[in-house]
Design a protein around this ligand. Structure first.
Ligand SMILES: [Zn+2]
Length: 265
């Protein structure tokens, strides 16, 4: 069983402010340990279920957050941005059996979503075939492009709710609940044991989960906070201006949506 783990940071337990999630801040050094330990909990759960190969993708901000020597020795770690359209899913291919997402957060503008945003912070919304997506959904479609199901997500309650709406079947662990800008969290040790147990359960039945694949043709719509970003994106070959803040592209191969996304955001 070959497992791919994408690890973001905003959805790690207790973390509540970007001061705690951005490299040059003092508090970041404290919270990156929890990020690494939650990744380890997922690795331990996957190994307990029989995983034989595990790749961990550091998928937050600089993509240089996880502490390599603290990471479980059975996993390989993928760091830094490649600059390819795969972004938070770099390294995924058809050879994997399942994807696990740890430390994930809700899409931009989600009520009670801790540190909610969609990819760059310049984006209001991303939708594919009319379905509005958090990063988890976009990354789920990238995994689906390779026929690999997302079987698990850990993060705040808001992303767990969005996961259950997007995926037919997915195992979720909510490590915290947003209350406006505040966050009520479980203890880091408790979060780790919840993640370990749920990942083991999900990995044991990975073949019961279905990859996230929408019907072609695909229409991707990206809405920006700044009108000038929509103006710029509208020059991409085949792109159409949908309104002041939005552009769309229709394509038959989902990879063309991925390519559009990286060039215009
Ligand atoms: Zn992040």
């Amino acid at each position: 069983m070959k497992i791919y783990i994408s690890v973001d940071m905003e959805g790690i337990t207790s973390l509540v402010h970007f001061d705690e999630a951005l490299t040059r801040n003092t508090d970041f050094q404290y919270f990156r340990k929890f990020m690494t330990e939650e990744a380890n909990a997922a690795i331990e759960g996957a190994l307990a279920a029989g995983a034989t190969e595990i790749i961990v993708r550091d998928a937050h901000n600089t993509a240089r957050n996880l502490l390599p020597d603290m990471l479980h020795p059975e996993a390989k770690l993928l760091r830094e941005w490649s600059r390819s359209p795969y972004q938070m899913m770099e390294g995924i291919d058809d050879s994997f059996d399942a994807v696990l997402c740890v430390g994930y957060h809700a899409k931009a503008s989600t009520p009670n979503g801790t540190l909610k945003h969609t990819m760059t912070g310049e984006i209001l919304n991303v939708s594919v075939n009319g379905i509005s997506l958090p990063e988890l959904g976009w990354n789920g479609l990238i995994a689906g492009y390779h026929n690999v199901p997302v079987i698990f997500v850990a993060g705040d309650q808001a992303i767990c709710d969005q996961a259950n709406q997007l995926f037919q079947k997915i195992e979720t662990v909510a490590v915290k609940q947003g209350i406006g800008q505040a966050t009520l969290s479980v203890h880091p040790k408790k979060a780790q044991s919840m993640i370990r147990n749920a990942v083991e359960r999900a990995c044991k039945s990975f073949d019961q989960y279905t990859p996230l694949i929408y019907d072609a043709p695909y229409t991707i719509e990206i809405s920006f906070k700044n009108e000038l970003n929509a103006f710029r994106a509208s020059w991409y070959p085949g792109a159409k201006r949908a309104d002041e803040l939005s552009v769309t592209l229709t394509c038959n191969d989902f990879f063309d949506c991925m390519r559009f996304f990286i060039f215009v955001t």
